[in-house]
Structure formats: structure tokens, C-alpha cells
Design a protein around this ligand. Structure first.
Ligand code: IPD
Ligand code: CA
Ligand code: CA
Ligand code: CA
Length: 266
């Protein structure tokens, strides 16, 4: 992809995300349908669906040869990252959207032949755009985000982790997770994977650990944190695969490997 194509792609992706965000804000003032997917905690609203359709329509009209992977199923069936692929989460943090009316984001990651080119995470109610551009850096509302500190030890870190870890689980050694929670400085749980990645990039948390995320939860975040000295892998340190669900360990690179011993999968 040449520079001209790349800058057209970035401009258009930003235009789409701003417009989609406006539509969400308007629509959420009116009543909307809420449904469940796999279980009673897996929520989806008509606004998740209409936002996805809106974004896809715009992408298709500007870039008819690009492929689209999206959470609510209105994209393409994507089996490879060849060509240009948009990986879209129309609302990341649907439970926050419904209950809290804030702390949710639109996430768009654009990959070209498997390489992350542009990652955009838009915190809708805070009007904050996190942006990562391969080789050019990461930005928060247009302002360059500095490289993450190299002066960080695991004992001084604040980590994003949710309450699933406290539930007895056949897949994990809970004792080790309890030890991790004792050993770090503190834990936070924000309810939007995309925003947790953005917060790592911003340096306001140091890591995010979770046992199952889909490609659209992480596609943009990976690009953004890579640009500031963050690293995202599976919890065993293996590379992430954007064609399937993954466990995720995203962190400031200087502490990333320190967490791996604590997460023992059975
Ligand atoms: C969810 C959020 C949440 C994470 C879940 C995701 P959704 O995405 O990112 O923080 O814990 O695993 O599925 O469904 O709100 O787009
Ligand atoms: Ca969902
Ligand atoms: Ca999501
Ligand atoms: Ca979603």
C-alpha cells in the first residue's frame, strides 16, 4: 500500500468512526431493543447492529475490494488476512453501553496482508480518539502519545483483569492468579477490551489479561500499543491469531514476560 492510499484510508476510517459515533449518541436517546446471544450475559442491542451496518456500508462504498470482519455478522466470512481487511467492533463494551451509558468504544483495525496498518478506538461518550499508525506512532485526539516508560517493575504495575478469574476454573491455576493480584500494585476492570488496550498505550494501566477475546476486540488495540512500546500476545507468550479467539496478555513490553509465569493454563 503506498502513502497516498494509506492516507486516504486513515482519513476515511476516521470520518466513518466520527459519523458512527454521532449516530450512536443520537439513537441512544430513544428506546432501543436489547437481546441476548449465547447466554443471558451476552448482550446485543439494535444499536450494535445498526452501527455495524452503517460502518460496513461506508467501507464498501469507499473501498469495494476490501474485506470486512465484524462482530454482529454482517461482514464477510474472512478466512485469511490477504489483501486489506477491516476488523470492526461497532460497540465494544455493550454491557457498559446498556447499563452505564458510557465507557464503550468503536474499534476498527485495518490490516494489509496480515500487517496492522491503522488502529482506531473511539471512546464515544468521552469524544476521545486513540489512533495507531504503523511506523508513525500512536495519538490521542491528534496528540502524539509518548513511548511507554522503561522504568516499571511488575510489583509497581496496575493491571486490567476482570472478575472471571475469581471463579473456580478448570483451565487455570487460580492460586497463581491470586498471587499475581497480591504481587502487583492494583487491579482495574473497565468492561471494554478496546479501552483497556488504549489505556495501556496511554500508560494509565500497565497490562490487560483475559482468557478469551475475539479478533474485533483486539485488532485496533494491538496496532496502537505496538506503536508505543507495548506488546500483545496470548497468555503463554505465543503470537495472537486474528482469525480466531485468543487468550490475551497485553502489556508494557518491559513487564510483559513477567506475567507469563503467573498464568498457568491446565
Ligand atoms: C466485550 C468487552 C468486554 C470483554 C468481553 C468482550 P463486547 O466485548 O470487550 O470487556 O470482557 O470479553 O466480549 O461484546 O461488549 O463487544
Ligand atoms: Ca458482544
Ligand atoms: Ca468487543
Ligand atoms: Ca461489540
Amino acid at each position: 500500500m503506498d502513502n497516498f492510499e494509506k492516507s486516504k484510508l486513515i482519513d476515511e476510517a476516521k470520518r466513518i468512526i466520527f459519523k458512527a459515533s454521532e449516530q450512536i449518541k443520537n439513537h441512544m436517546q430513544r428506546p432501543y431493543d436489547i437481546n441476548t446471544k449465547q447466554d443471558r450475559k451476552d448482550l446485543v442491542t439494535e444499536i450494535d447492529e445498526s452501527t455495524e451496518k452503517f460502518i460496513i456500508k461506508k467501507v464498501r462504498s469507499s473501498f469495494p475490494d476490501h474485506k470486512i470482519m465484524a462482530e454482529e455478522g454482517t461482514g464477510d466470512e474472512v478466512n485469511s488476512l490477504d489483501g486489506t481487511v477491516w476488523i470492526i467492533d461497532p460497540i465494544d463494551g455493550t454491557m457498559n453501553f446498556i447499563h452505564q451509558k458510557r465507557f464503550f468504544a468503536i474499534s476498527i483495525g485495518i490490516y494489509h496482508n496480515g500487517e496492522g496498518i491503522v488502529g482506531l478506538i473511539y471512546d464515544v461518550m468521552d469524544d476521545t480518539l486513540y489512533e495507531g499508525i504503523k511506523g508513525e506512532g500512536a495519538y490521542k485526539n491528534g496528540k502524539k502519545i509518548p513511548e511507554l516508560t522503561k522504568e516499571r517493575e511488575l510489583k509497581d504495575t496496575l493491571i486490567g483483569i476482570n472478575s472471571f478469574w475469581s471463579i473456580p476454573n478448570r483451565r487455570l491455576n487460580e492460586e497463581k492468579i491470586h498471587q499475581l493480584i497480591r504481587d502487583v500494585r492494583g487491579t482495574r476492570s473497565y468492561g471494554s477490551a478496546a479501552l483497556e488496550f488504549a489505556y495501556i498505550a496511554e500508560g494509565i494501566i500497565d497490562a490487560y489479561i483475559t482468557m478469551r477475546l475475539s479478533p474485533w476486540d483486539i485488532a485496533a488495540g494491538i496496532i496502537i500499543i505496538n506503536e508505543v512500546g507495548g506488546k500483545a500476545t496470548q497468555v503463554n507468550g505465543e503470537p495472537l491469531d486474528l482469525l480466531k479467539d485468543n487468550t490475551v496478555l497485553a502489556a508494557n513490553e518491559v513487564v510483559h514476560s513477567g506475567y507469563i509465569d503467573y498464568i498457568e493454563e491446565k
